[in-house]
Ligand binder design. Structure first.
Ligand SMILES: NC(=O)C1=CN([C@@H]2O[C@H](COP(=O)(O)OP(=O)(O)OC[C@H]3O[C@@H](n4cnc5c(N)ncnc54)[C@H](OP(=O)(O)O)[C@@H]3O)[C@@H](O)[C@H]2O)C=CC1
Ligand SMILES: O=C1CO[C@H](CO)[C@@H](O)[C@@H]1O
Length: 288
């Protein structure tokens, strides 16, 4: 695999790029193709989709067309997808097979349990832990068969991670959660560090809402960058992989220019001081 961009080493021994394109709300073959085309041209080598985004087929199709155009092969890109809550438990095998079929890329680099709940079950229902364990056992099988090159979880709390680590054969390689200056996730990051799980950020731009934050804008002005670049740089400078989403090719390009500048220690601290524990995207622990 050519490695044109910085990456992190996963517990599986494979590497995951620090920069990936988020695809939630990227809809339609044409928009998906154009966003991925701009991303590959800008050096992105990772793409994050999910069964619930209903765009796995579009992402897979776009990549099959675009990889030759950019002189790349399958091994040059890192594809993440996720098991939806309706397939949690007894339907996990079907869900995993469906993602592989929709993407049609041979294998998936990283497959995550999207969130801890099961569709149709109340959050506190006793069947939830059983379903999570059943899903994980299926992910382990696909991992053993090489269909998934790494497996992990998303939106898990510290307790969910501990529950999984107590019972798994293969430990999770990645935890993907909301992370940005207003939500530092200190406890989760400490658990990930202790247990060798790679902590990955989503909604690094605060779904767009942090772009107008006064401190972020001030730092951006000082270093001649955009707010989006400052927010993303703040994360990757801590070795935390990011997944900015944009359906606008110019913004995709802008968000990809992260590795040719550095934030000073003082600016990193000013941005980190924005932490107030605020979830901007959603609260996945309250959703079945
Ligand atoms: N595991 C999970 O549960 C979750 C995973 N994710 C993943 O993380 C990805 C990113 O998170 P997401 O919540 O989408 O939010 P982001 O924080 O990436 O923000 C995306 C929003 O910011 C806008 N935007 C992007 N770049 C710029 C820019 N340079 N200037 C101005 N506006 C910009 C986009 O609009 P526009 O498209 O119009 O440019 C969009 O509205 C998702 O797409 C998904 O892949 C996200 C949420 C939950
Ligand atoms: O991954 C996701 C993106 O964010 C959404 C919330 O806004 C989630 O519903 C979804 O699972």
């Amino acid at each position: 695999m050519t490695d044109p961009q910085p990456s992190v080493l996963l517990s599986t021994g494979t590497r995951m790029p620090l920069l990936g394109l988020g695809t939630f709300r990227l809809q339609g073959q044409e928009d998906t193709y154009n966003a991925l085309d701009a991303a590959l041209a800008a050096g992105y080598r990772a793409f994050d989709t999910a069964a619930v985004y209903r765009n796995e087929a579009h992402v897979g199709h776009a990549l099959r067309c675009l990889l030759p155009k950019h002189g790349l092969s399958r091994e040059d890109v890192f594809i993440t997808s996720k098991l939806g809550p309706k397939d949690q438990g007894s339907k996990a095998r079907d869900g995993c097979l469906r993602s592989l079929e929709q993407l049609e890329l041979g294998y998936i680099d990283l497959y995550l349990i999207h969130w801890p709940g099961t569709q149709g079950l109340p959050v506190g229902d006793k069947r939830n832990p059983e379903n999570r364990a059943q899903s994980w056992a299926v992910l382990e099988e696909f991992y053993a068969e090489g269909k998934f090159r790494a497996i992990g979880v998303s939106n898990y709390t510290v307790d969910h991670i501990k529950e999984l680590l107590r019972n798994c054969k293969v430990p999770p390689a990645v935890l993907q959660v909301e992370f940005h200056p207003k939500l530092s996730q200190k406890e989760l990051r400490a658990v990930c560090k202790e247990t060798g799980v790679c902590f990955q950020a989503y909604s690094s731009l605060g779904t767009g809402l942090l772009l107008s934050d006064a401190v972020v804008q001030d730092v951006a002005k000082e270093c001649g960058r955009t707010s989006a670049q400052v927010l993303l740089r703040w994360a990757v400078q801590q070795d935390i992989p990011v997944l900015p989403k944009s359906c606008q090719p110019e913004r995709v390009k802008e968000n990809g220019c992260l590795f040719d500048f550095e934030l000073s220690g003082k600016d990193m601290e000013r941005i980190s001081a924005l932490d107030c524990g605020e979830k901007i995207c959603w609260d996945p622990t309250q959703v079945s």
